[in-house]
Design a protein around this ligand. Sequence first.
Ligand code: C5P
Length: 269
Amino acid sequence: LCSHRHVRKPADPGADGQALCAGWLAARAAGGHRAEPCLLVHLGQVCGTRIVPCPCGCCPPERESMKFTVAIDGPAAAGKGTISKAVAAHFGFAHLDTGLLYRAVGAKVLGGANAVDAAEMLMPADLEAGNLRTAEVAEAASKVAAIPEVRRALVEFQQSFARRSGGAVLDGRDIGTVICPEAEVKLFVTATPEVRAQRRLLELQASGSETTFDEVLADVLARDARDAGRTDAPMKVAEDAVLIDTSEMEIADAVDAALAEVERRRDLA
Ligand code: C5P
């Protein structure tokens, strides 16, 4: 199914009638010294095969399956969701909002389920539930997220998502520290609690909620304390993470900073 066989015949790509690989051609046009992900789409997914030309520029390019993980952590409403989606769209990587896993478990607990059972039996369809973005579910999520067995039940899914071919962006609280300590890129996106509360207030008001700034700030602070204070996988900045403080930044500038960091690491990889 993969039309990369042409890469084995780089002296004359396309001669056997197969599609040319955009990444290989771009690498060749750039002098054969850059590694590029192949952007061909197979079965609806960007191939992501890494085309690594020999530094001398005259040898056949080698290919290797590209596993490239971008870990984006940070507290609620700091902008990591927007940044993660933008990074994934820009590079053609898959994106997983890991908060949804905990929210889905939290929603089930609100419905009467046992937290550990809910985490162990979580199905992809559970992530589509309509109520996952509410403040009530967010609070339930941060409570179940402090239970070690719940976290353990969700590790494998996140790690296999991170290792998928073609690149992956995962955002959460412990991605760079626990789930993917080997991630090629680690970002920690943050902002002051007041700025985050103000952003969340506007979102909640836009969806018809009649809450106040003080209530939202109290929720933000309580969630931060719970997420940073738990013993198992607390939210913290990984030692090798790049910090992006969005308190006084336009979101477009924060996205640009993230894209630049990923680009830099991709060129080094
Ligand atoms: O990111 P989001 O606000 O949707 O996450 C909801 C809650 O899920 C967080 O407050 C946190 O307690 C928990 N969470 C976590 N680890 C992650 C992602 C989310 O503990 N990787």
